[in-house]
Each structure stands twice: as structure tokens, then as C-alpha cells.
Design a binder for this molecule. Structure first.
Ligand SMILES: Cc1cc2nc3c(=O)[nH]c(=O)nc-3n(C[C@H](O)[C@H](O)[C@H](O)COP(=O)(O)OP(=O)(O)OC[C@H]3O[C@@H](n4cnc5c(N)ncnc54)[C@H](O)[C@@H]3O)c2cc1C
Ligand code: FES
Ligand code: FES
Length: 1341
């Protein structure tokens, strides 16, 4: 039995849940969604995103206290919850009764956009507050470290959390009601009173009252205080769960079922069962055995029960560190350091120490430290108790050093360190927190008392082999040696000899990993040297035998780790005119319409729609070959499986199977791994998914197989003709310049990673072949059309509904139609409603993303930095079908000049056809990749001229009214203003000097700063794509229903539309409602994309409202003192229609590619961003110190939403350029298919200071209320971080006398940064001849 809060009367009481027939394979997430229809979110299923976070409350077996902790419900087996209380977001608060302060603040501080991550965020924060009602900022960062958000950029989420923090309260308690940031704020405003920095009103917030929280259910407390000793057993269809109440029974069970794993946190077993098909018919749960949670402190060390969670281990270590003398806690401090960055809080709460050790993951953060720290494992079996060392033999899984099948790990003994003994830990991952390490290390040295002579040395590494590896031989060789540079040098060579990593090692990054082996050792060497020096104040004279080598101050920076701090920032915008009536919402920072519902979990997403009668579930079968003929599809075995209803193949399609080149279901040939071949329809999702693995497909491989741009060019494999723009005389210009530079730029692709994966529910109706389709899409009309042609029924029979989308970013423009059409075929064939929800792995495998790019440039310039000629040739990897690739390459070429006026230009671009999943639209549509080439040219020119890049940028920027390369006239006035304001607001020049000074003083850490201008064109290059329609009804009670053609993707379009309607109808927004976007109310819509959605739909809503107001005018004139309700009543009585369609015919836009001329874009968004970062040259890690963005939003419709879009896009751009790396096997299989393998930015990646200001006093006559669309533009500004990193790398290379014009590759991952900062360690590592091995992954850009 476990308890859930009773959701009908929120937070009043817990509801006892007694489930007698629990399936051990069922997770809490699945149970809550299916049996309780709770709206807890599924986004990854592997514990890596935090969307499914809930709070567990348990009576601790040892401390006898109630423990509240966050967990990811997707990894919690339902069976493990016996005696626990579960609190979901519904139990925290509800808009129907009372919202909780956490929910109120995250919504009102604009911490929700699409809202899909919000319940998880709320639960992490709520759990923190249950344990610490006034947390430290550091605790807040820890609590949210395991939660991902793809929309907001985290700043507002953290800000909402900060309002509960001790520091924040302290600040307000000064009594002035002002905070310490105020002075800085005033300075930035330059004394302007029309500039505002408040996006929310703090005074509105309800206080947090911890006494109002639910108490732990007394019934469970009674149960916990008198624990039953009997064994509980749950039998499922395939698996039995056995949970003994006493240790002896556990040991007896282990003897009886030696192959059965012990299941604790399930963070290792769970993901392996889900993604690698591991299967165990019996699971033994030791959760009720107190002996496994005991902690014993002895004079020589700590013995920690194997069942203690990593979070508990953290507390235990912290306590011991505070109690013991420093010399005894070396190992504990090293462990604690890694525990701070290992996974997110939820995983730390779930994962056990024993599970971690026994899992022996090759990347383990803790095992290397435990092994060098002489840890011993206390093993228990029915008849025996023994101790084994946690050494290299155990870690390698040698049978002689391992647990016997009947044994379990009871506890772990970690000895104290001693005087003259030093232990350190190192790790490097793709990003700071919640990322598996590429390499982890534990190092320990013991000196002969009072000397620097090595008596014992142990070094162990994770991530460089199939298990944790000990450098035993190297360490032996060094015994007796003095701790000096000579020893270091030899140690490095010994290490590299011993820890060899083959060129094709799994995980790739081979040279980086080899470099880290020795870089970490160097850090250890320095750390120990410092500690030795601190321990004995010995003279530093080199001739003295008992002296230590001196470390110059500038080398000490190698020792400092980047600290995590809570980001701060200012958001500035222009206040609305003081004469604007308060009811007029336009220009005000109104909260997202669904904000509170996001925060309480009451916002309904596609898969939250309750099961409908006779509903079936569909799962897709995809190709495992990159290019092959399908010989046969055998589904006979599958149709026999329980619950399976049908298998849908191309032959079931009544209409057209999409196009010849891009089939919905493959017919006779597959073009990539991940192409959909057929689909299984079954009674449950589990049955459908399991059955997909049983479909037997035979293939015959075909040639050629092309994955890389290089190969595509070689094979002349393109999706469409070349696109080209040219101006001036480029060849002649190259003749007359001082210098010419040529270079290459590689930009990796990007996965959308919308938190809500692709989902659709198709409901066939009984009459006239009608279908209702609920789908998560940016383009319902496209879904409708594709379903119509696939089923061969008219469009008017199909209605698509979009309530809200959990993030799209371009990935839900084209793809949802494919999934909807396949589901529709299934629905029509079976006559049942069909639900199709892609798993994260499948979503990432099938759907493609941003196009990887390879660009070559040749730039001619004068010695003063004036660029005279620029020739850029770009190739994008389009994947196997055309999709949007032609449009992407067109946009890329059109936007390539960015903010620069260069007289002689030639831009060429081609979309390559490869055997990879088709790439598609993605925020910025080619601009973020292409313009990186342009900006890289500028950086290269600066390096050649010996001038700062910002000077070259400014020199070549558009200055006056001019024409673009495609002859569209525009004024760059606000571009220049953004640039100047950004320089000013960021104090660029003085910080540039500080950066230089820092770099002079630090050899191993370097800082970089960069400012990037942006001219971003909004909209589509076709007039008809700008048309929009709206339908506005006024009902007889005066309430207004607004419908328009835009889709709510999190970008707040519905909020903005109601602001428009409220302004036009002159009534408050509270009269208005938007229900959904539907093809039945507004037909023939255009995709919500290209940053133009709010703009064009706003014009349509405005038009509809103006029509209605015009109709009402005579009535209003007649009764000017009447109320809105009076006028509506009168209008109805006078038979005046209270419903109107609004229409906007669209901005004129065209492009003539023959002539290379046109007016393709209605307008431009200008901006500039300055970022400063610091890199660690030894590891390649970076921290973001500060970012300042100035964006020309003109008169923002809603500054909170627009600033949210800028910040969110910026952080997504930062991800593109720094951490998001897609890895493909040489066979074309995408490896990176989960949040663990693909790192989008997390909370610790936000710049420590993050300021955004909207340029004041800017107008555009063209758009609605002079506003601008800001959905995409911020993305490219993320490149300021990339160029700041490049700046820091250049500084390192200058100092090391290396060429500055290194090849630019995005993302600037730690691997690339480390390898670019070449030094004696990179020189030392062995390099493999590429012809001698098959790499683990291939670069496709
Ligand atoms: C999202 C995510 C992020 C992660 N990030 C990191 C990271 O950054 N660094 C890192 O090092 N690790 C990371 N991990 C791995 C994590 O540390 C381990 O999965 C975890 O410690 C395993 O503990 P568990 O209790 O969940 O084990 P379980 O999954 O419950 O069990 C794992 C194995 O241990 C065995 N076992 C457990 N207890 C005993 C016992 N007492 N006696 C005998 N056998 C036992 C079981 O039989 C089973 O085979 C991450 C995991 C996830 C899901
Ligand atoms: S869905 Fe559970 S962590 Fe992602
Ligand atoms: S609001 Fe966080 S994922 Fe969309």
C-alpha cells in the first residue's frame, strides 16, 4: 500500500492506494497516467530530464524520521512504493482550489513557456522547500540540476526559486523593499524613467506557509513504526518482485535465485531494461532491510550501508568532513566533489551506493575514487560474511575477485586518509552538471613521512575502457620517486603506455580522453604540490634536497574548479505610455495564459487526453539499414502475440503513400536507419512496443551508402539545384586586396529535443468517414491535407485539433503529418481510435533535426580590416529526402551576409542527399549555421590583421540606408543602435582589457569575450505564406471566444492574441478565451513558424475585432454610458451578427532566384550580444561569466514573453554551438538518442550574469502595433558564446606560439577546446593513423 494526495480536494489529505496485482514491470509514471489519469509528464523514460518528477515521502528505517525526496517516476517501479507517500503536482495545488506559492511564482515570473517541463520543475522546487523552507541558492541549483527545460533558458525558473531563498529574503529585509541589485540597475537605465526592469509584481505573491503542507499519512507511519517482517511478493505477467522484510530472508532468496538482481534505485537496471532489452524474471528488493542503510563510524573509517542513496552518502560524507581533522577526509572530500556533479538530484535520491558500485559502469564517477581510497566491500550470504577489496580486479569483473552469485553487498568501508596522504578526483563531461563524464579519475598518493618521496600511489580512470581502469604498473614504477616535474613527465609516459585506448574505442573522443589522462595527472601533481607546501613550510630553493618545485602564480589557475552560482540578470524594456488605459494589455508583461495551469499540471497536452472507448496503441517499426532493398516483412509471429491487433504496412494505404521520394511507410527500399517501415497496433502501448521487435524484415544492402557531406559531394548526391547570389565583381576584387584568407567551418546538426515527443490521437467517427485528430503540431492544416491524401478522403472530413504543443522549434512543422497519416491508416483499417506516442529514442532516431553544415570561405581584405570580397560556399546535410532542405538552403544564402556590407560577394549553397534521416526546419532555418561561417571569416580577418574582431565587425557593418545582396532596401539604424548599446551596457572595452589582463596572469585558464551583431529577417519569402485568419465570436453574456490560425507552442501566441483582441474591443482580457486551434474554425492555415505567427495572426484577430466593433458602433453611440454586456445584449436583440472572420492577406514577399533579386522578407530584427567566458585549457571546460543582449523588439506586444523568447532561443543557440553533439556510427545509426547521450543546456549552463534589454524608442510602421516577431532570432546570438570561446582559445594558442587560425568546428565541446589548446600534454599522446582503424563515430558535417 502507498499513498497519493487525494487530487479532488487538493492538498487536503493523502489517498491510500492499495494495489494487489501490481505488475513489477510497471513504473510509477505509467501507473499514475493510466490508473489515476494524472497528468505527470513523460519525456524521456530514462531519468535524464526530470519532467516526471514527483516527491516521495518515506519513513527512514534508520533515522526513524520522515524523508521527503524527489524522484523521476519513470524509473520508480510501482512495487517499490510499499509504505511510501507520493506527492504529484496535482497534490501540491490546483487552480480549482488553491495554488501553491511555488506554482504561483513560477507562472507569474514567466518561468513557463510550453509548460511541459513545469510540473517537474515545480515538484523539484516543492520538495526542496519541504526540506528547507528557506533554502540556500546553492541548494536551489542542486534541486533543479536534474530538470531540463528546452524553452525558457532557465533564468525565470531560477528567479522564481530565488524568491524563496535565504539570500533573497535577507536582501528584501533591509526594510527598504529594494534589493542590492538596485544600484546596478539604476546605472544601467542611464536615468531613464520610461525603462522598466520589473516583469512581475513580487507583492502579489502569497507567502510560503510550511504548516499548510500535507503531513505524512498516520497510517503509513504506524506501518513504518511496526514494520512487517513478512516477505511481499508481486507476480506480474513476466516478472516476479520479491521484497523480504528481514536480512536473513533476503540472503536465502539470493541463494535460491542467484541470477536475480537486487533492485534499489533502478537507475541502472531500469534504463538497461528499457533501452537494451535486459530482462530479469525475478527481482529482489532489499528496500525494507534496515541493515543495508546503516552507517557506522569507526576510528579508521566509515562503513556505509550499500542501500544508502547517493544523496544520503553526500550528507554522511559532509558530516564526517565537518567532524574529522582535514588529513583524515581526503577521500571523502574527493567523493563529495564528484557527488555534487553526478546526475541530477532525483537520481542521487534514488541511486544507491551499492547499486553504483555493483553496476561497475565504465564511466563511474565514484568507483575510481573508491578504488584508490582502499575501499573494502562487506559481502553477505546465507552462510558467510567476508570482505573483498574494491580494486581493479573487482572492477574488471574477475570471477575470483567478485561477489559470488549468492552474495550481496552489505556495506562499504571507506577508510580515513592519513597524514601525508592526498586524494583527488577529476571528471570532464560535455557540460558541468547532469552529464556522464567522458573521463573520470581518482588519484591518491602517500608520501614517506615528512618527505616528498612517494610511498604509495594509486590512479584509476573511468571512461577509458569497458570498466574502471587502474594504472597499476605506472604507479609501481613511481614508488620511491620525488614529487617533481621529472616524475610527472615520466608518470605521464607510463600512464599513456599502460592505459591504452584504441582508435575505435566506444564513445569516441579518443585523443581527448588520452589527453585528459595526463591533464588530470598534471592537475593532481599541482594540487599535491600545493598541499605538501602547506603542510610543511620547506624552503623553495631548487638546490635543496628537501625542497619543492616552485609554481608560478600564473600556473595556479590550473587548480581552480569552476563553481556553480545562481545566475543573476536584468531584463529591461520600455514601459507603456502612461496614458494607456490599465485594461489595455498591449505592451504589458502579461503572464502566459496557461502559466498557472502549466504549474499545477492541469494544462492538457495531446497525450493527456483520457483514453477513449476502444482505443488502441500504435508503435513504429523502423529500418536498421541505411540503404537497402526490402526483401520481405514477416509479421506472422507478431500477430499471434497477446494484445496485438494488426500490423500496418504500405499496402494498407488507400490513397497516396506521400511522395515517390518520401514515403510514409517504406515499400521496397529504405534510405536510412530509422525510416518507418510498418506499424504494430495493439491493445496497450507495452504490447505494441514489445511486438515491434518481433517483426522480421530481410534486406539486401544497396550501394552507394552516403553519410557525410564530403561523400555526397564526391558522389554528386544533391537534393536540389545550387542556390546562388552574387554582387559586384568578386574575382576582380580579390586581385586588389592586401590579403586573402581561406578557411573551412563545420557546424554540427541539432536535435529539436522538444520536451513533448511527437504524439497523435486519431479518432475515426462512425459517419461519413469523418476523423478527429488531436495532434502536437505547428501545422494542423498540413496534417489534415496529408491524412486526406493518404486515406483518399476529402479534407472536409478531417478535423485537426491542437490545444497546445510541448515545444516545436520547427520539428513539428512537417513530421507530425507523417505520424498522423500512419495512425489514421491504422484507425481506418481497424476501426478503432489510435494513439501514437513516440519514445524519446524513436523520436530522436526518426525525425531528423537541424542541418549540419560545411562551409568554405575565401575572404579578401585590406590591412586595416576592410573586407572587399567574400566568397562562401556552403553544403548542408539534408538527409535522405528533400523535406525543407531547399528552403533551408535558400534562407541560409539569403541571410548569409548578416549585418555586413561587403561590395563583392558570392554565396553558393547546396543541400546534400545522404542516407541519414531527413533533416528539417529548426528555429532560425539555416541562419544559425550559415552565419557562423560569415562570423568565422571576420574572426579570421581580425587574426590576420592583428586587430580585435569587434573592430572588423564594426568597420564592415551596414551604416546607412542600403540594399542587401538581393537588392532589398533597408535601414540599419537600429542595428547600429543595438550594437552601440550592447557595447555600452556590457562595458565592452573595459572588460576586453580585463580579459587581457586575466589572460596575462593565468596560463591554464583563459578568458574570452565577443560581441556579435545580428540582422535577422523574419517571415517566409512568399506572400501567400503570410496570410492568416481568425474567427471571433461574442456570446450573449459578453464573453468572447477568439480562434486564430496560430498554434500555441509555448511562445505565448494565444496570450498575445488576447492582448490584441482586448485592445481592439476595448475590454479586459478576462472577457476573452481561446480554446484550441482547429481546422474546423480557421481553415487553410499556414504553419506557425518563421517568427511571424503572432504578427500575421494578430492582424487577423485585429481585423475580426474591428469588424465586430464597427457593427457595435451605432449601439455604443446610442448608449455611450452602457456596459459591454448592455451593448452585446442590444446587438443580439437587433439581430447584429456577433461573429466575424478576420483576415490578413499577408506581407508582400518574393524572391527571383534567376535574377538574384527580391523583397523576400517583410522586415528585420536587429540585435547584438556580448558574451564573456572562461575556459580551462587542461580540460576544455568553460563557464559563462556574462551575457548582455540588446534586441530591437520595437514596441513589444508583451515584453515578458518576448524577453522569454530571446533568452530561451539564446540558450538553445548556446547548446547548438557548445554542447549539443549528434554522434553517428559508421553504419549511419544515431547513437545520441537520450538526454544522457545528447546534452541540451541545463541550469548550470546559464551565464552567471544574463542581461537582456529591448531597444527603446524603436518603431516599425509595418507590423501590428509596431511590434516584431522574436521567436527565432535569439538563437544565433548564442554564437557570441562560441566566439568568446574561440577568443579564449586564440589567447591560449598565442601564448603557446601556435597559429591562431585554427579550424572552426561547432559545437565547441570540451573535446574541441581542449585539443585546440595544444600543449605538452596533447603533444605527448599517441596519435593513430586514421587508415588503421574504424572510428566509433563519423563526422557528418
Ligand atoms: C540519468 C542518470 C544519470 C546518471 N549520471 C551519472 C553520472 O554522472 N556519473 C555516474 O557515475 N553515474 C551516473 N549514473 C549512474 C548511477 O550512478 C547508477 O545507475 C546508480 O548508482 C545505480 O544505483 P541503483 O541503486 O539505481 O542500482 P540498481 O539499478 O537498482 O541496481 C544496479 C545493479 O546493482 C546490483 N545491486 C544493487 N545493490 C546491490 C547489493 N547491495 N548487492 C549486490 N548487488 C547489488 C543490482 O543487482 C543491479 O545489477 C546516472 C544514472 C542515470 C539514470
Ligand atoms: S521522463 Fe522521467 S526523467 Fe524524463
Ligand atoms: S517550458 Fe520548459 S520545456 Fe517548455
Amino acid at each position: 500500500m502507498f499513498s497519493l494526495p487525494c487530487v479532488s480536494e487538493v492538498a487536503e489529505t493523502f489517498y491510500p492506494v492499495t494495489e494487489r496485482n501490481v505488475d513489477p514491470e510497471e513504473t510509477l509514471l505509467a501507473f499514475l497516467r493510466k490508473n489515476w489519469t494524472l497528468l505527470i509528464k513523460y519525456a524521456c523514460g530514462t531519468g535524464g530530464c526530470g519532467a516526471c518528477t514527483v516527491m516521495l515521502s518515506k519513513h527512514d528505517l534508520v533515522s526513524k524520521k520522515i524523508r521527503h525526496f524527489s524522484v523521476t517516476a519513470c524509473l520508480v517501479p510501482l512495487c517499490s512504493l510499499h509504505g511510501a507517500a507520493v506527492t504529484t503536482v496535482e497534490g501540491v495545488g490546483s487552480i480549482k482550489t488553491r495554488i501553491h506559492p511555488v506554482q504561483e511564482r513560477i507562472a507569474k515570473i514567466h518561468g513557463t513557456q510550453c509548460g511541459f517541463c513545469t510540473p517537474g520543475m515545480v515538484m523539484s522546487m516543492y520538495t526542496l522547500l519541504r526540506n528547507h523552507p528557506q533554502p540556500l541558492e546553492e541548494q536551489l541549483m542542486e534541486a533543479l540540476g536534474g530538470n531540463l527545460c528546452r524553452c525558457t533558458g532557465y533564468r525565470p525558473i531560477l528567479e522564481s526559486g530565488r524568491t524563496f531563498c535565504m539570500e533573497s529574503v535577507g536582501c528584501q529585509q533591509k526594510g527598504t523593499g529594494k534589493c542590492c541589485l538596485d544600484q546596478r540597475e539604476n546605472d544601467s537605465l542611464g536615468g531613464r524613467s520610461d525603462i522598466c526592469t520589473e516583469l512581475f509584481a513580487k507583492e502579489e505573491f502569497q507567502p510560503l506557509d510550511p504548516t499548510q503542507e500535507l503531513i505524512f499519512p498516520p497510517e503509513l507511519l504506524r506501518m513504518a513504526e511496526n514494520p512487517e517482517k513478512q516477505t511481499l511478493t508481486f507476480h506480474g505477467e513476466r516478472v516476479t518482485w520479491i521484497s523480504p522484510g528481514i536480512l536473513q530472508n533476503l540472503l536465502a532468496l539470493k541463494a535460491k535465485h542467484p541470477k536475480a538482481p537486487l533492485i534499489l534505485g533502478n537507475t541502472s537496471l531500469g534504463p538497461a531494461m528499457k533501452t537494451q532489452g535486459h530482462f530479469y524474471p525475478i527481482l529482489l528488493s532489499p528496500a525494507r532491510i534496515p541493515e543495508l542503510s546503516m552507517v557506522t563510524k569507526t576510528s579508521d573509517g566509515l562503513t556505509i550501508g550499500a542501500g544508502c542513496s547517493l544523496a544520503q552518502v553526500k550528507d554522511i560524507l559532509a558530516e564526517s568532513i565537518s567532524e574529522l581533522p582535514e588529513e583524515k577526509t581526503e577521500t571523502y572530500r574527493a567523493l563529495l566533489k564528484h557527488l555534487r556533479s553526478l546526475a541530477g538530484q532525483q537520481i542521487q535520491n534514488m541511486a544507491s551506493l551499492g547499486g553504483h558500485i555493483i553496476s561497475r559502469h565504465c564511466y563511474s564517477d565514484l568507483n575510481p575514487i573508491l578504488s584508490v581510497g582502499n575501499t573494502a566491500l562487506n559481502l553477505l550470504s546465507e552462510d558467510d560474511m567476508r570482505q573483498i577489496p574494491l580494486d581493479e580486479h573487482f572492477l574488471a569483473g574477475l570471477a575470483s575477485s567478485d561477489l559470488k552469485p549468492e552474495e550481496i553487498l552489505g556495506s562499504v568501508h571507506i577508510p580515513h586518509s592519513q597524514k601525508w596522504e592526498f586524494v583527488s578526483a577529476f571528471r570532464q563531461a560535455q557540460c558541468h552538471q547532469n552529464a556522464l563524464p567522458d573521463v573520470s579519475a581518482g588519484m591518491r598518493v602517500l608520501f614517506k613521512k615528512g618527505t616528498d618521496t612517494i610511498e604509495e600511489l594509486s590512479i584509476a580512470y573511468g571512461g577509458v575502457g569497458p570498466a574502471t581502469i587502474s594504472a597499476h604498473i605506472a604507479c609501481q614504477q613511481l614508488l620511491g620517486r620525488r614529487w617533481n616535474e621529472l616524475m610527472l613527465d615520466e608518470a605521464c609516459r607510463w600512464l599513456l603506455d599502460e592505459v591504452s585506448l584504441s582508435g575505435s574505442a566506444p564513445g569516441g573522443k579518443v585523443e581527448f580522453k588520452r589527453t585528459l589522462l595526463v591533464s588530470f595527472l598534471f592537475k593532481f601533481y599541482l594540487e599535491v604540490l600545493q598541499k605538501l607546501k602547506a603542510q610543511v613550510k620547506l624552503p623553495l630553493v631548487p638546490t635543496d634536497n628537501r625542497s619543492y618545485p616552485e609554481i608560478a602564480d600564473r600556473f595556479l589557475s590550473a587548480l581552480e574548479d569552476f563553481q556553480v552560482t545562481l545566475p543573476q540578470g536584468l531584463q529591461m524594456y520600455q514601459r507603456v505610455d502612461s496614458h494607456q488605459p490599465p485594461r489595455d494589455a498591449v505592451g504589458r508583461p502579461i503572464m502566459h495564459l496557461s502559466g498557472l495551469k502549466h504549474a499545477t499540471g492541469e494544462a492538457i497536452f495531446c497525450d493527456d487526453i483520457p483514453r477513449v472507448d476502444k482505443e488502441l496503441f500504435m508503435a513504429l517499426v523502423t529500418s536498421t539499414r541505411a540503404h537497402a532493398k526490402i526483401i520481405s516483412i514477416d509479421s506472422s509471429e507478431v500477430l499471434e502475440l497477446p494484445g496485438v491487433v494488426d500490423v500496418i504496412t504500405a499496402e494498407d494505404i488507400q490513397g497516396t503513400n506521400n511522395t515517390e521520394d518520401e514515403k510514409l511507410l517504406a515499400l521496397d527500399e529504405v534510405l536510412c536507419v530509422g525510416q518507418v517501415i510498418c506499424a504494430v497496433v495493439a491493445e496497450t502501448d507495452v504490447q505494441a512496443k514489445r511486438a515491434t521487435g518481433k517483426i522480421k524484415i530481410t534486406y539486401e544492402d544497396l550501394k552507394p551508402v552516403i553519410f557525410t557531406i564530403e561523400d555526397a559531394v564526391k558522389h554528386n548526391s544533391f537534393l536540389c539545384p545550387e542556390k546562388k547570389l552574387e554582387q559586384g565583381n568578386i574575382e576582380e576584387a580579390f586581385e586588389n586586396v592586401d590579403q586573402i584568407v581561406e578557411g573551412e567551418v563545420h557546424v554540427g546538426g541539432q536535435e529539436h529535443f522538444y520536451m513533448e515527443t511527437q504524439r497523435v490521437l486519431v479518432i475515426p467517427k462512425t459517419e461519413d468517414k469523418e476523423l478527429d485528430i488531436y495532434v502536437s503540431t505547428q501545422d494542423p492544416a498540413h496534417v489534415q491535407k496529408m491524412v486526406s491524401s493518404t486515406l483518399n478522403i476529402p479534407i472536409n472530413r478531417i478535423t485537426c485539433h491542437v490545444k497546445r504543443v510541448g515545444g516545436g522549434f520547427g520539428g513539428k512543422v512537417g513530421r507530425p503529418a507523417v505520424f498522423a497519416a500512419i495512425a489514421a491508416v491504422g484507425a481506418v483499417k481497424t476501426g478503432h481510435p489510435i494513439r501514437l506516442v513516440l519514445d524519446r529514442e524513436d523520436d530522436m532516431l526518426i525525425t531528423g533535426g537541424r542541418h549540419p553544415l560545411f562551409g568554405k570561405y575565401k575572404v579578401g581584405f585590406m590591412n586595416n580590416g576592410r573586407i572587399k570580397a567574400l566568397d562562401i560556399n556552403c553544403y548542408i546535410n539534408g538527409g535522405c529526402t528533400l523535406d525543407d532542405s531547399e528552403l533551408v538552403i535558400e534562407f541560409l544564402i539569403l541571410k548569409l551576409e548578416n549585418a555586413y556590407k561587403i561590395r563583392n560577394l558570392r554565396f553558393r549553397g547546396r543541400a546534400c542527399m545522404t542516407n541519414l534521416p531527413s533533416n528539417t526546419a529548426f528555429r532560425g532555418f539555416g541562419f544559425p549555421q550559415g552565419t557562423l561561417v560569415t562570423e568565422s571569416c571576420i574572426t579570421a580577418v581580425a587574426a590576420k590583421c592583428g586587430l580585435p574582431p569587434e573592430m572588423i565587425r564594426e568597420k564592415n557593418m551596414y551604416k546607412t540606408v542600403d540594399k542587401t545582396i538581393y537588392k532589398q532596401a533597408f535601414s540599419p539604424e537600429t542595428l547600429i543602435r543595438c550594437w552601440n548599446e550592447c557595447l555600452d551596457k556590457s562595458s565592452f572595452q573595459s572588460r576586453r582589457m580585463q580579459v587581457e589582463e586575466f589572460n596575462k596572469q593565468n596560463y591554464w585558464k583563459k578568458r574570452g569575450i565577443a560581441i556579435i551583431p545580428m540582422k535577422f529577417s523574419v517571415g517566409f519569402a512568399t506572400t501567400s505564406y503570410h496570410q492568416a485568419a481568425a474567427l471571433v465570436h461574442i456570446y450573449t453574456d459578453g464573453s468572447v471566444l477568439v480562434t486564430h490560425g496560430g498554434n500555441e507552442l509555448g511562445q505565448g501566441i494565444h496570450t498575445k492574441m488576447l492582448q490584441v483582441a482586448s485592445h481592439e474591443l476595448k475590454i479586459p482580457m478576462s472577457y476573452m478565451h481561446i480554446c484550441e486551434t482547429s481546422t474546423a474554425t480557421v481553415p487553410n492555415t499556414i504553419a506557425t513558424a518563421a517568427s511571424i505567427g503572432a504578427d500575421v495572426n494578430g492582424r487577423a484577430v485585429q481585423n475580426a475585432c474591428q469588424i465586430l466593433l464597427k457593427r457595435l458602433e451605432p449601439i455604443i453611440k446610442k448608449n455611450p454610458e452602457g456596459t459591454w454586456e448592455d451593448w452585446i445584449k442590444a446587438a443580439f436583440e437587433q439581430r447584429i451578427s456577433l461573429s466575424a472572420t478576420g483576415y490578413f492577406r499577408g506581407y508582400k514577399a518574393f524572391m527571383d532566384w534567376e535574377k538574384g533579386e527580391g523583397d523576400p522578407f517583410p522586415y528585420y530584427v536587429y540585435g547584438a550580444a556580448c558574451s564573456e567566458i572562461e575556459i580551462d585549457c587542461l580540460t576544455g571546460a568553460h563557464k559563462k561569466i556574462r551575457t548582455d543582449i540588446v534586441m530591437d523588439a520595437c514596441c513589444s506586444l508583451n515584453p515578458a514573453i518576448d524577453i522569454g523568447q530571446i533568452e530561451g532561443a539564446f540558450v538553445q543557440g548556446m547548446g547548438l554551438y557548445t554542447t549539443e553533439e549528434l554522434q553517428y556510427s559508421p553504419e549511419g545509426v544515431l547513437y545520441s538518442r537520450s538526454p544522457e547521450e545528447y546534452k541540451i543546456p541545463g541550469i548550470t549552463d546559464v551565464p552567471e550574469q544574463f542581461n537582456v534589454s529591448l531597444l527603446p524608442s524603436s518603431q516599425t510602421p509595418l507590423t501590428i502595433y509596431s511590434s516584431k516577431g522574436l521567436g527565432e532570432s535569439g538563437m544565433f546570438l548564442g554564437s557570441s558564446v562560441f566566439f568568446a570561446i574561440a577568443d579564449a582559445v586564440a589567447a591560449a594558442r598565442r601564448e603557446r606560439n601556435l597559429a591562431e587560425d585554427f579550424m572552426v568546428k561547432s559545437p565547441a565541446t570540451p573535446e574541441r577546446v581542449r585539443m585546440a589548446c595544444a600543449d605538452r600534454f596533447t603533444d605527448m599522446i599517441p596519435r593513430d593513423d586514421p587508415k588503421t582503424f574504424k572510428p566509433w563515430s563519423i563526422p557528418i558535417a
